[in-house]
Design a protein around this ligand. Sequence first.
Ligand code: GDP
Ligand code: ZN
Length: 369
Amino acid sequence: MNLSSPSTSSASSHPLALYGWDERWETEFAPYTEEGLLPGRVVRVDRGQCDVVTADGVVRADTAFVTPDDPLRVVCTGDWAAVDPGGNPRYVRAYLPRRTAFVRSTSSKRSEGQILAANVDHAVVAVSLAVELDLGRVERFLALAWESGAQPVVVLTKADLVPDPVTLAHLVQDVETSAPGVPVIPVSALHGDGLDALVALVGSGTSVLLGQSGAGKSTLANGLAGADIMQVQAARDVDGKGRHTTTTRNLLTLPSGGALIDTPGLRGVGMYDAGTGVGQVFAEIEELAAGCRFHDCAHEAEPGCAVRSAVENGDLPDRRLESYRKLVRENQWTVAKSDARLRSELKKEWQRKGLAGKAAGEAKRRSWH
Ligand code: GDP
Ligand code: ZN
């Protein structure tokens, strides 16, 4: 099945537009086009091979050229790849620089991180209303989302379990306060309430679903895909040679527009060097901190601390500051795992503050799912 015509020039009418192909990608890809390579999006990677959706259908390609030693530079689901037009095996020759990337810390001693998904535009954080809101946990997911470069969205799932609209509005407001710059959408997959707003949001670009186990991610994915996602993922593809192959995809297009990356690894993702992300989750604290007397104020006991005075006069909830400190500490610990000098410096500082054990414990507990 050949969907392309060689004269196709506009990115928006390109068969890969459904997968997020746009003029910027097209421009960046130009040198590879000159070499006669085909653009395609990686929908699955496993053991030295990957599946790439191209204008000619899904092709399987060898990843030998794009599996460098640095685990963060290994080709991954969501990458835009340059593939051989033919040959056996075909190879992925290169991939375009990533606009965004989700990484997770490995449990190994060498805290190198692992690339989970590339070129994600929206990070949908599913938070269940069936259990008590844990704003600290929401903040962690948001830090990770901001750090990836994607725009976070919070979806409050199972809204049907909160029938009182006033209570629901309060819950939405609580999350909004903890999530500056992040849309918060209550959704009931059961009744379909709120799904339209989510569909509109993920209708362009690429999305991922994050959140604890049981938060309702699979249900949302099924709702967005309009079918059982496992069946969608195993949809029969037609490869370039007209053969039918059944493959499990980790990236699929949605009937109402947009693409969704759903991998088991992403679902229980941890934090990895989320420094920038933490700053964005706590934008109002960083803003207040600009008014502290000392540039490196830790908002503990320093004189002229604008952050602590905001807590004292009730402008900033105490919980937010605590949560901020905790994430900053925990993040320092994650970074320190890969940096011996920083590690010993932090250890000294934490010993002085009596925080060392606490931060290590927090880092350990990061393995929530
Ligand atoms: P995941 O682990 O995040 O993928 O969560 P699931 O999608 O498997 O959902 C966990 C449970 O929540 C399942 O029993 C779902 O039926 C239930 N659930 C999901 N969405 C809703 C909803 O909108 N309302 C209600 N009442 N239950 C839901
Ligand atoms: Zn301060």
